[in-house]
Design a protein around this ligand. Structure first.
Ligand code: SAM
Length: 333
C-alpha cells in the first residue's frame, strides 16, 4: 500500500462516502473505500486500476461529470498542476470537504498553503513521512479553463517557427529542454515509414518530425493525459496531423516502426525512475522494422550505450554538447 493511502486509511471515518480520489496510486485504496471513485492522468496506473476495479476510475485532464461529495488530491510534482487540480476539485465542492495528501519530501507542507485560496487549511494527520490536510470549501472558484492555463512559446527553427503549447505539469513547461533542442538538430536522414516520438510531452519532437517528413505517418506516445492534451494542442497550432496515443511504455507503441525518436523519461514524481527507458531500450527492436532506427538524447551520465548495443546493435554517438549525447542505433536485419 502506498504510504499516502495508509495515512488516508488511518482517518477512514472521513472517507466512507461518495469520494473522488484524484491522482490516486494504483494500490488497493479503491478496494478499501468501496464508495470512492478515482481520477487518474497516468495511463499505466489507470490501466492497473481499471483491471482491478472496472469502471471505478476515470482517465483524463478533468474530473468526470458524476457528482462527488468530497475529494482527495494526491499531491503531484508540479506546483502549476497542483493549482489547476485544486481549483478543478474545489469548483465542484462548494461547502464540501477537500483533502490534500502527499509526502513531506514532495513538498506537502508548502503545497498545503495552495489550499488556502478555497478555505482554511487544517492538518489532519502526519505519519509515514506524509501529511494529510483538509479544508471545507467556503470560497468555491469557477471551473478552471485548462487551455487558458497553457504556456505558449515559439521556436525559431531552420524550416520556420513552431508554436508549442504546454499545459501545467508537462515536462519542461513553457520552455524548450536543452536535450530536446540538441535532438531537434539531429533529425536528418531518418528511414522512410512510420515514426514514433516516445514520451512526447508537449509534442515538440513529434510536430517537428511531421513537418520535416510530411509523407511519413507520425505517432506520439505519452503516459500522461496532460502531455497528450498538450501534444494535440501543439499539432493543431501548427496545422499538423499525427496519431497521439496515451499509453504506458513501449509496449503501448505500434509495431513496424521506421524510427523511434525520444528524449526519454528519467524522473517520475519525486523518485528517479529509469524503468520506462530501460524497457524502451530492451524492447525497441520488437517495434522496429528491419533496419529501423532508435535515436535518442540522454544526459552524459546516463549509461545507455551498453544496453542499446545488447538489444539492438552497434550504437553511435551522433553528437555531444552541453552535457547531452545523441545516440543512434539501427536494428540488425
Ligand atoms: C524527458 S520528457 C520528454 C518530453 C518531450 N519529448 C520533450 O522532449 O520535451 C519524457 C516524457 O516521457 C513521458 N513518460 C514517462 N514515463 C512514460 C511511460 N512509461 N510511457 C510513456 N511515456 C512516459 C513523460 O510524461 C514525459 O512527457
Amino acid at each position: 500500500m502506498d504510504p499516502r493511502s495508509e495515512v488516508l486509511l488511518r482517518q477512514a471515518e472521513h472517507f466512507a462516502g461518495n469520494l473522488l480520489l484524484a491522482g490516486l496510486p494504483a494500490d488497493d485504496l479503491l478496494g478499501q473505500l468501496p464508495a470512492a471513485h478515482g481520477w487518474s492522468w497516468h495511463a499505466g496506473e489507470q490501466a492497473q486500476l481499471e483491471a482491478r476495479f472496472p469502471g471505478r476510475c476515470h482517465f483524463g485532464t478533468e474530473p468526470a461529470a458524476a457528482r462527488f461529495d468530497a475529494a482527495v488530491l494526491f499531491l503531484p510534482k508540479s506546483r502549476e498542476l497542483t493549482d489547476y487540480l485544486l481549483q478543478a476539485l474545489a469548483a465542484r465542492l462548494p461547502g464540501g470537504m477537500l483533502y490534500l495528501v502527499g509526502e513531506k519530501r514532495a513538498g506537502i507542507e508548502r503545497a498545503s498553503k495552495q489550499l488556502g485560496a478555497f478555505g482554511k487549511p487544517r492538518k489532519l494527520d502526519s505519519a509515514r513521512h506524509c501529511q494529510l490536510w483538509q479544508i471545507e470549501v467556503t470560497q468555491a472558484p469557477a471551473v478552471p479553463d485548462l487551455e487558458a492555463l497553457a504556456e505558449h512559446f515559439s521556436l525559431q527553427l531552420a524550416d520556420g517557427p513552431l508554436e508549442v503549447i504546454s499545459l501545467p505539469g508537462v515536462f519542461s513547461h513553457g520552455r524548450l529542454d536543452r536535450g530536446t533542442a540538441l535532438l531537434l538538430k539531429h533529425l536528418d536522414q531518418l528511414p522512410a515509414g512510420h515514426l514514433l516520438d516516445f514520451g512526447c510531452g508537449a509534442g515538440v519532437l513529434g510536430a517537428v518530425l511531421k513537418r520535416r517528413y510530411p509523407q511519413s505517418q507520425v505517432s506520439l506516445l505519452d503516459v500522461d493525459a496532460f502531455a497528450i492534451a498538450s501534444s494535440r494542442l501543439t499539432l493543431t497550432a501548427n496545422k499538423l496531423e499525427a496519431n497521439v496515443l496515451a499509453g504506458d511504455g513501449i509496449h503501448a507503441a505500434p509495431h513496424g516502426l521506421a524510427a523511434i525518436l525520444s528524449n526519454p523519461p528519467f524522473h517520475q514524481g519525486v523518485h528517479t525512475n529509469y524503468a520506462a527507458t530501460e524497457l524502451l531500450l530492451r524492447e525497441a527492436a520488437n517495434h522496429l522494422q528491419a533496419n529501423g532506427e532508435l535515436r535518442l538524447v540522454a544526459n552524459n551520465f546516463l549509461q545507455y550505450k551498453p544496453l542499446i548495443e545488447q538489444n539492438l546493435g552497434s550504437c553511435q554517438t551522433l553528437a555531444e554538447a552541453e552535457g547531452f549525447r545523441i545516440y543512434q542505433a539501427s536494428k540488425r536485419r
